[in-house]
Design a protein around this ligand. Structure first.
Ligand SMILES: [Zn+2]
Length: 198
């Protein structure tokens, strides 16, 4: 594999790097690649945690509103339906895509690729799954939705008692865990582990 140094542009032929080892530029010592120890296991663990958090975030109420004794609970999906009913189909679709579908697809693809790799098998259409994962990533924007919720909550705080639900905490944690899983995923390392040249 031909790799250019980020610092001085010198080209290197890079072979397979051992776990925990780093490759540095011959001329300036700049970092070319680092192969983390147990990188795949760490990514699997984070992806599994993300799957659990995703389930919790969708199964439990996001927020409860107590307006003079009348309690209304909102989950992610009923929130999307409410937006739809209030004649905001574009926003409903955007929230559904960025806060439910994209993270779900991300988590599914991560597990689809990494669970077989962890067991030493090559998943079917692995290259295509990696490519799809890269395309989905920019669409996963849960943090934008979370900020929107928090803004709405502070505005409503005067009118009703707002109680954050379990799902809200799971959702916030999911953002962090999924970002960690995506950043620790190194497709090159996956190919190397399987002894396949990309
Ligand atoms: Zn260099």
């Amino acid at each position: 594999m031909l790799v250019a140094c980020h610092d001085c542009d010198l080209l290197h032929h890079l072979g397979v790097i051992a776990e925990g080892a780093t490759a540095r530029c011959r001329r300036c010592g700049g970092l070319l690649r680092r192969r983390r120890r147990n990188g795949i296991e760490r990514t699997v663990a984070l992806a599994l945690a993300a799957a659990v958090l995703f389930a919790v975030a969708n199964a439990f109420p996001f927020l409860s509103f107590d307006m003079k004794g009348q309690v209304t609970q909102t989950t992610l999906v009923t929130g999307v339906l409410d937006l739809w009913r209030q004649d905001m189909p574009e926003i409903a679709a955007l929230v559904l895509a960025t806060s439910v579908l994209a993270p779900l697809l991300q988590i599914s693809l991560l597990l689809y690729v990494l669970l077989p790799v962890h067991a030493g098998r090559v998943p079917w259409q692995m290259a295509r799954a990696f490519r799809l994962l890269r395309h989905v990533q920019p669409w996963s924007m849960m943090e934008v939705f979370l900020v929107g919720i928090l803004v709405a909550v502070t505005k409503l705080a005067g009118m009703a008692e707002v109680v954050p639900g379990l799902s809200l905490w799971a959702f916030a944690l999911l953002i962090v865990v999924l970002a960690g899983a995506m950043s620790s995923l190194d497709p090159q390392e996956v190919w190397e582990r399987l002894g396949v040249r990309s």
